[in-house]
Design a protein around this ligand. Structure first.
Ligand code: NI
Length: 169
C-alpha cells in the first residue's frame, strides 16, 4: 500500500495466447501460495492487467461453506444480485498483517474468461462473493481500507485475533 500502481485502473487482456500472460499467472500463483493468500490480482505484483486468481482452498472463516474453485479470472464484470450487504473481516497481501471489517454485496454474478479464453459465468454468495469483490476492486485501483465503513474496525491481525492464523486477500 502506497505504491501508485495499486491505485490505477487495470487494462483488459487482449491476447490470451501471449506467453507473458501465462508467465504472469505462474508468477501470481507462486506469490499467492508463498504468502498464504486467498487471492491475488495482477496490480499487486506491479502488472496493470485485468487478471485475478483466487480459490482452491477451504475458507478459514466459513469452514462449512462450499470450497471456492481454483480460478483464474480475466477481464471480469460484476453484477450485484439484490442490495443486501454483509460486513466481515478482510486482509490483503498489499497491507500484510492488517485486518478491516468491510461491507460487501452478499450475492453477485461474475463473468469473465479463464486462461484458455473460455467464458466464466457464476452466481455466488458470501465468502466467494467477498473474495471476487476484493480482487476485482484491485483491478479498479481500490484497496479494502477505502471500503471500511467504521475505521474503528481496522487494525493489526495479531491484536484483533490473537492466536488465530488467517489468510490475506
Ligand atoms: Ni488484496
Amino acid at each position: 500500500m502506497g505504491d501508485p500502481r495499486l491505485l490505477e485502473v487495470a487494462q483488459p487482456v487482449r491476447d490470451f495466447n501471449a506467453p507473458e500472460l501465462h508467465a504472469l499467472i505462474a508468477d501470481m500463483r507462486a506469490t499467492m501460495a508463498a504468502l498464504n493468500g486467498a487471492g491475488l490480482a495482477a496490480p499487486q505484483i506491479g502488472v496493470p492487467l485485468q487478471v485475478a486468481i483466487f480459490g482452491g482452498f477451504k475458507s478459514p472463516r466459513y469452514p462449512e461453506a462450499e470450497e471456492i474453485p481454483d480460478t483464474v479470472l480475466i477481464n471480469p464484470q460484476l453484477e450485484f444480485i439484490g442490495e443486501a450487504l454483509e460486513e466481515d473481516w478482510e486482509g490483503c497481501l498489499s497491507l500484510p498483517g492488517m485486518r478491516g471489517k468491510v461491507p460487501r454485496y452478499k450475492r453477485l454474478r461474475y463473468r469473465g474468461f479463464d486462461l484458455a479464453g473460455r467464458a466464466i459465468d457464476r452466481s455466488v454468495s458470501d465468502f466467494h462473493a467477498r473474495v471476487v469483490q476484493h480482487e476485482c476492486d484491485h483491478l479498479n485501483g481500490i484497496l479494502y481500507p477505502m471500503r471500511i465503513a467504521d475505521m474503528r474496525q481496522f487494525g493489526f491481525a495479531e491484536v484483533l485475533f490473537p492466536n488465530q492464523a488467517s489468510m490475506e486477500e
